[in-house]
Write a protein that binds this ligand. Structure first.
Ligand code: LLP
Length: 418
């Protein structure tokens, strides 16, 4: 059965609201464009995952790359979440948000020497190494620091996540991890190596995965490796399944947290080991919307009509980068027939399009729209392209709201320049 996913952005008689707080009232104070998040939705999504895995010992390491605004990381920490950090910057953000080094897994291709030294000096929980070479560099650094690094190796099981090619990571053509069949040898060759303590195995086959199969296959492959390593005498402490659980951008049913758990728990039981999960999108995706204002409308002789917003690919890059779909909700839908609109941004690129031929009610200049399901990989991927300023972020909690990141100013940007 499809579990109900909480949707925070709903129409009310005061226009579109986030958890009942009117979007117009927020915009009155902070202007547009602005990211608005629902604390309630974050709590609900976190608990849904946590409860789905209740039958097996687990630790949720929220993937900071999805959205690492401090107030959001603090909120997740208060729920019991740990962190998956993909850079030295994300590790520092996790610490600022109050997480302990031991609660952080450090993942990611291309970790620099500085990042590895820093991670080891503070003692992060686990470093998920991406190659044999990285393991050797970690051993060397650990030796120089007189430390022992807790490591896991990321394997590439050559499994098709059946997601967008740009966010599929588990195929042998992808740059991530080491081929599954080489992993055991890499562990064995380094058994007893000073500075390395092998505590786990890691896999992440892609993001926005909407079916259970690839997640199940990845878990089975990883657990087979863990069992082989146990036979070799490695005292592993966990298996790390990465992230990847998708969300229903188009409203069609997709694999639920419960179905995901049901698909992987049999393999996890065989392993006899606790699981580490690194969800990003499934925790924060539905919780956020980008609210923007219509600054122009125009109609071509062939009938094509455009609504130009004051936000574009500089604020939310996903549609331009992956052709991804986000629902667009007018804050006060006008009366009149729906018709197809191209909803676009103001950036000088033809890819700066949020939606093509989208059926929407009449739109006029100054109308507000919310581009929803933008909590994950939205604000974190925003840029200053065309000298746009990073939008502010607002967190709605119960019936109050706070600015959790102020709008960037041109002085903030120019402060870096000579
Ligand atoms: N763990 C690792 C090692 C990862 O590389 C990722 C995401 C995650 C966990 C979290 O995955 P999630 O649960 O969020 O699917 N910018 C793209 C998504 C890139 C995902 C990168 N890695 C997008 O907007 O769709």
């Amino acid at each position: 059965m499809q579990a109900l996913v909480y949707q925070p952005f709903q129409p009310t008689d005061r226009g579109l609201a986030c958890d009942g707080v009117s979007i117009e009232s927020i915009v009155e104070h902070v202007g547009t464009p602005v990211y608005v998040y629902s604390a309630h939705a974050i709590r609900a999504a976190y608990r849904t995952l946590d409860e789905a895995f209740a039958a097996h010992p687990h630790a949720i390491h929220y993937a900071l790359k999805a959205n690492s605004t401090l107030a959001i990381v603090r909120l997740l920490r208060s729920l019991g979440s740990r962190a998956d950090a993909n850079s030295g910057g994300e590790i520092r953000v996790a610490l600022r948000a109050g997480l302990l080094p031991a609660e952080i897994v450090f993942t990611g291709v291309g970790k620099t020497r500085d990042e590895l030294e820093y991670a080891m000096a503070i003692g992060v929980g686990t470093i998920n190494a991406e190659s044999a070479g990285e393991l050797d560099r970690i051993a060397a650094i650990a030796g120089a620091l007189g430390r022992e690094a807790r490591v896991a190796l990321r394997v590439n099981p050559d499994i098709d996540a059946r997601s967008h090619p740009n966010i599929s990571t588990g195929l042998r053509i992808n740059k991530f991890g080491v081929p599954l069949q080489e992993a055991r040898g890499i562990y064995r060759e380094r058994r007893g190596r000073a500075g390395l303590r092998f505590v786990g195995v890691h896999v992440h086959v892609g993001s926005q995965i909407t079916i259970a199969d690839p997640l199940r296959s990845a878990a089975e492959a990883l657990v087979s490796l863990a069992l082989a390593l146990r036979d070799d005498g490695f005292a592993l402490e966990h298996v790390d399944l990465g992230g990847g659980l998708g969300i229903a951008y188009e409203g069609r049913p997709i694999v639920t947290a419960d179905e995901y758990a049901a698909a992987v728990i049999p393999a996890l039981r065989r392993s006899g080991l606790p699981v580490v999960l690194e969800p990003g999108r499934a925790v924060i995706g539905h919780a956020g919307a980008l609210v923007a204002r219509v600054v122009d409308t125009k109609r071509y002789p062939d009938g094509r009509q455009f609504a130009v917003l004051d936000a574009g690919m500089s604020e939310l890059m996903r549609p331009a980068l992956y052709g991804s779909y986000h629902r667009i909700l007018p804050c006060r839908p006008r009366h009149g027939p729906e018709s197809p609109w191209d909803v676009v941004g103001p950036i000088c690129e033809s890819s700066d399009v949020f939606a093509c031929d989208r059926q929407l009610p009449p739109l006029e200049v100054a109308d507000l729209v919310a581009i929803v399901d933008a909590g994950a990989y939205g604000s974190v991927m925003a840029s200053n392209y065309n000298r746009h300023l990073l939008p502010p972020e607002v967190l709605v909690d119960e019936d109050t709201w706070d600015v959790i990141r102020r709008r960037q100013t041109l002085d903030d940007v120019l402060a870096l320049e000579l």
